[in-house]
Write a protein that binds this ligand. Structure first.
Ligand code: GTP
Ligand code: MG
Length: 148
């Protein structure tokens, strides 16, 4: 089954949005396969956002991600990458629809609360980076109530 890497950024943790955000993924029907509470260093944040290293906001982005603990998660389910991005909303909260996480809880693009993998392949890479120790092997007993 498809997996995605989701991270509650330092502002989401500081603002007490952890339970709310996890609840949205749980209630949708996705399965939590990995979770940890960590503060990463600059080198790690630069690796995670390596694709954006040429962007003018890269340094500010790295400073933001290392500014406090984050909640790193792996979620599993059918189309979880694309649906996860829909639940999260557009990158710029000014354009995120109400009902999405960023649409409901963020204002500035540089404080947009949450990260989600943008493709199955980048998800795979991000899961390997954040969870080198591997993730939980389990299958929710609700499976047949969620999938036809
Ligand atoms: P992530 O899920 O965090 O990867 O966001 P995204 O996939 O919606 O956007 P993208 O990967 O293009 O950018 C990564 C992060 O960089 C965004 O979530 C923002 O926090 C930040 N970012 C993107 N564009 C800008 C920008 O123009 N200005 C600033 N200050 N930050 C930006
Ligand atoms: Mg991205």
């Amino acid at each position: 089954m498809e997996q995605t890497f989701i991270m509650i950024k330092p502002d989401g943790v500081q603002r007490g949005l952890v339970g709310e955000i996890i609840g949205r993924f749980e209630k949708k029907g996705f399965t939590l396969k990995g979770l940890k509470f960590v503060t990463v260093d600059r080198a790690f944040a630069e690796k995670h956002y390596a694709d954006l290293s040429a962007k003018p906001f890269f340094n500010a982005l790295v400073e933001y991600i290392v500014s406090g603990p984050v909640v790193a998660m792996v979620w599993e389910g059918k189309n979880v990458v694309a649906i996860g991005r829909k639940i999260i909303g557009a990158t710029n909260p000014a354009e995120s629809a109400p009902g999405t996480i960023r649409g409901d809880y963020a204002i500035d693009i540089g404080r947009n609360v949450i990260h989600g993998s943008d493709a199955v392949e980048s998800g795979r890479k991000e899961i390997a980076l954040w969870f080198p120790e591997g993730i939980a092997e389990w299958r929710s007993s609700l499976h047949s109530w969620i999938y036809e």
